[in-house]
Design a protein around this ligand. Sequence first.
Ligand SMILES: [Zn+2]
Length: 290
Amino acid sequence: MARAIPLVFMILLGGCDDATAPQPPPMSPCVQMAAAGDLPLFDAHFHWISPASDAYSAEDLLSRMDQGGACRSITSSTPNERTLELLALAPERVVPALRLYRTEDDKFQWSERTDMREFIAQGLGEAEFAALGEFHLFQEARMDSPGVQALVEAAGSSGLDLLAHVEPSHIDFFFGAMPQVRIFWDHGGFQTPAQLEPYLARYPSLWVDLAGRNEDVAPGGTLDPAWADLIARYPDRFLVGSDPFTVELATNYVWVLETIRHWVAQLPPDVAARVAYQNGESQYPWRPVP
Ligand SMILES: [Zn+2]
């Protein structure tokens, strides 16, 4: 898509500062893109994961965000240093989340690790993270495991949001343990609209990220009526995301964003804008970088 403002170049080149010239009011990259006439996407599920994205540099990824019209992203990476690298390069566009993994193998074993308390504390000491996750819990996970207990403690004391790739029972567990927590349910737990509706009704601080759900929400590119109806009833509770966790998805990042934009644009315009970027912006308000 045509970009009026190649943001990555603005960031990389910096401004030619003229102290006497009137400065425009600081504006979120999402608002800038929307003002240029495009539908920006707040990518609520972005990764820079080794080895899937080893071929890409931070500059490559930001350039792809520009190409695909992703104005900001909630980013979690393996290892976490990669998120910090992206954050340093584009602090106005990266909402950093602390992933709980040293390597991707931890996806299946982090909850049984006995060093999670230290791992999380050390990670949180390295940057101002906005959330904990993405973390995965599968059907057989134990909620009294040392890793889950460390996560609950960390979320409780830090007040950070959870980016949770989990089963419905885990959502019930976390809200039971921490009624005040905010949870972004990755992929909507791969639930159907009928299964999601009671969760959205029961938990006002539950948001649904629809990364990886394009073929469910819009089979063949056409928005499914049941999804359209649920999103219209909870227009402030849905976000979109790309989830580039494989080589293929990282390579096809721009295409993934176009696929998302295609179905989002079939929603009523005010709902489309909320799902595309306004919900992300309202939950993670943009601040000018000092
Ligand atoms: Zn993911």
